[in-house]
Design a protein around this ligand. Structure first.
Ligand code: ADP
Length: 247
């Protein structure tokens, strides 16, 4: 497989903060239809890597290509339009709006250039809201005020808001933090569904959850990739046990 066949190609990526290399000459390839999980100790650079891919942080060197297009130098909001979605740990939903409205305003034309919310409920938008609501398991909660949803449902709603923008690469930071066992199971099913036709990158600490969802695991340490492979491969890697799993 040539490097140009991957959906996401990160090559020789480096970022320094006051001389400290948080990401150090890192190369990573992610396929379409792939669910990649990134693990590693605190401070390994996992969040910084996602910040660089979504454009929140500027790289000091290297390249990030998505579908063969160089992203370095492109602003964060423009990367969203190119199909890159990022979910942070704390959901940023509109608590006083219904589930339906939250999804509606997340449609690409749902916000004016000044950031004001636009409610343009055309049939196309309605259909898309319904399809996404089904996908995230909130099909029966469309009229519910988002603030009244459970913690897990709020997380799924935010994933739904990202899906409204039809991302082709979705990045999620610890998606099951604070969830009940049942919500974790449903989130695993959801992530397995949404990686079909796109690429999904998840940062996660819960190894049982990682084993359930990961197609491939990347282990980061000190801004570099320490190991990469199947869950079985990384779990039995002495270097990984030494710096992460053995603690
Ligand atoms: P992880 O997500 O793996 O816990 P981070 O990506 O948050 O790790 O952080 C990697 C390293 O980079 C840490 O040492 C952190 O303190 C440092 N770092 C991250 N962002 C900044 C920043 N904006 N300024 C200075 N140092 C930073």
């Amino acid at each position: 497989m040539s490097n140009t066949d991957f959906a996401l190609a990160v090559e020789d990526l480096t970022v320094s903060f006051d001389g400290f290399k948080a990401i150090d000459d890192l190369t990573l390839y992610v396929d379409k239809d792939e669910l990649r999980v990134i693990i590693g100790p605190n401070g390994a650079g996992k969040t910084t890597l996602l910040d660089l891919i979504c454009g929140r942080t500027k790289a000091s060197g290297g390249s990030i290509k998505f579908k063969n297009e160089e992203l370095t130098g492109i602003e964060e909001y423009k990367r969203v339009r190119k199909g890159i979605g990022r979910k942070f740990q704390t959901p940023s939903i509109y608590e006083n709006l219904s589930v339906f409205k939250n999804l509606e305003v997340s449609f690409p034309e749902g916000r004016s250039v000044f950031g004001a919310l636009k409610f343009s409920c055309t049939d196309t938008v309605k259909q898309r809201v319904n399809a996404v609501a089904q996908e995230i398991g909130l099909g029966d909660a469309l009229d519910m005020e988002a603030g009244l949803l459970s913690h897990g449902q709020k997380q799924w709603l935010e994933i739904g808001m990202l899906l409204m923008q039809e991302p082709e690469l979705l990045m999620l930071d610890e998606p099951i933090a604070g969830m009940s066992a049942r919500e974790r199971e449903l989130t695993a099913d959801l992530l397995k569904r949404i990686c079909i036709g796109r690429s999904v990158i998840v940062i996660e600490h819960d190894m049982d959850f990682v084993a359930q969802i990961a197609h491939k695991v990347t282990v980061m340490h000190q801004g570099k990739i320490l190991a990469e492979g199947s869950m079985e491969e990384v779990q039995s890697n002495p270097k990984v046990i030494d710096v992460y799993l053995g603690h």
